[in-house]
Structure formats: C-alpha cells, structure tokens
Write a protein that binds this ligand. Structure first.
Ligand code: PGA
Length: 272
C-alpha cells in the first residue's frame, strides 16, 4: 500500500471548545451536508407524525442549503408540510415586499418552491408600530415555545461576531427584541441597500438565549473574510463582545466551513 499523501481529505472534522468543526472542499459540499441533515430530521419527524421546527437564517450563506432543499423537494419527494419555521431576524422598519426584506428573501429562495404551509412560517414583522414591537417579540418567543422549541437552528456569522442580529454586547440571556445595528453590519449591508444611508438602523432579532435553546445549531461560514471571526469565536474566551462565543456553551453546535473560512484555525491541534 502506498503511503497516503499529505493532501487534504475532505471533509476534515475536529472539535474545539465544545464546537464541532467541519471543513469542506467548498460551500456547495457543506450546504449539501446541512440540507441532508435537515431532510433526514424532517422525514424522521414526519414518520412519527410530528412537526419539525427549523430556525432559519438569511444572507448569502444559507442560500446553498435552500437550493438543495428545493432540489430534494422536486427530485426526491421531500415534503416540508410538517415543518414549522422561525426566522432569526428582520430589519426594522422593513416592508415585506421591499428588495431587502427577509420575508421576500425567504419566499424567493425557499418558501415559494416547496410545500411548507404558510401558517407555519414565522418571520419577525418589520411593519409593526414601534410601540407594539415589545409585545410582538414576546409573542414570537411564546410561539417558539408553543411549537415545542427549535429542533435545528441554521446560522451564519457576521464579521462582528453577531448571530442573528445579536451585535456585540448582546448577552447570553437575551431573547427576541429590537436592536440597534452595528456600523460594521450596516456597512456590510450598504451595497444591498444602494448606499449606507438607506440601511435601517434597527432590526428585530431572536436573542442569544433563543438561539442557544435550539436542540442543534449548524453555523455555516464561507470565505476568507469570515476567517478572523471564526478563529476568535472558536479559540477565544466567551464574551458578550463576540456574541457567537456563547455557542461554546451549547453542546450540539457544528461549524461547517470552506477552507478559506477555516484558514486561521489550526485544526491539526484539535482532537477528532
Ligand atoms: P452573510 O451574512 O451570510 O451574508 O455573510 C451572515 C451574517 O451576517 O450573519
């Protein structure tokens, strides 16, 4: 038998600070793994006559997962009729039909192409009166609890270490609420809004605690621009100045990355 070469064999799996780490050849392979895990869970629950509660994310990161779920629905009889969804966040204010709306994003990138029931879809409402936001957020938490809690939460990560729109100084006990967006986050969104001046200053987001209450958490990160925050999140101390570090306390969290996002992690020093 020839000696195996030093070439990377994907995926690479490791664990560090309680966080499962998986590095894939590219984002598309990682997305397939996440979509397959979701499909398996949805089918298991359907066979047991039970709902499957998914926490969903927006942004460029989860799009490959949604594409794959749509393909599975079309080609492999995957039904999402037993799925209940709760999206992480929405800009505030935001009209649902606006180009940057997360309602529109979810419809165009997933819901319009699968058989999820509209009454099972929940997305924070960017149109409510400001004085009603508190009650809306309390109700959002109650609806998650009434659904039995989130089975699997999808996450991206912002360069500030935000998860959802939980910006630095969001503590572990935060729940769904209105937040002020960080300037890094607003700058990163500026292109989508045709200029920084059009980016809302506020958002409604699930809290860190809401996210940590999920049974499983799958965070995806792709690209070199995410490598520094991934390294800080996995290798740094737990701190509210990097809300994603609270994921170290969860117990069933996996980061699925491409090589570029994982490039600052020294994976040879972590155990399998
Ligand atoms: P992105 O955003 O997927 O567009 O990179 C991730 C995030 O800000 O959480």
């Amino acid at each position: 038998m020839p000696e195996s070469t030093n070439q990377h064999r994907y995926p690479i799996h490791a664990i560090h600070a309680g966080i499962g780490l998986s590095v894939f050849k590219n984002a598309s392979e990682a997305s397939q793994v996440v979509a397959t895990e979701i499909a398996t869970l949805v089918r298991e629950r359907a066979s047991a006559g039970k709902p499957c509660v998914l926490g969903l994310a927006t942004g460029s990161t989860p799009m490959g997962v949604y594409r794959e779920l749509i393909r599975m629905h079309r080609d492999e009889n995957l039904s999402l009729r037993n799925v209940v969804t709760f999206n992480l966040d929405e800009y505030f204010p935001m009209a649902p039909d606006a180009a940057q709306s997360y309602v529109r994003f979810m419809n165009e990138n997933l819901f319009d192409h699968v058989d999820v029931l509209s009454e099972n879809v929940h997305i924070p409402d960017g149109t409510i009166a400001e004085e009603s936001v508190g009650k809306f957020c309390d109700d959002y938490e109650s609806k998650i609890a009434a659904a039995g809690g989130i089975d699997l939460q999808l996450l991206g990560i912002g360069r500030t270490g935000h998860i959802g729109f939980n910006e630095p100084r969001s503590d572990a006990d935060t729940v769904t609420r209105m937040v002020v967006l960080n300037s890094v986050t607003r700058n990163d969104a500026a292109e989508n809004f045709d200029g920084l001046e059009n980016v809302p200053h506020h958002a409604v987001t699930m809290g860190v605690q809401t996210i940590l209450n999920a049974q499983r958490i799958r965070l995806m990160a792709y690209g070199e621009h995410k490598s520094a925050i991934v390294e800080r999140t996995v290798c740094g101390d737990i701190t509210e100045s990097i809300p994603a570090t609270f994921l170290q306390q969860h117990g069933d969290v996996r980061f699925l990355m491409d090589d570029a996002a994982a490039s600052k992690l020294n994976l040879s020093n972590t155990s399998k």
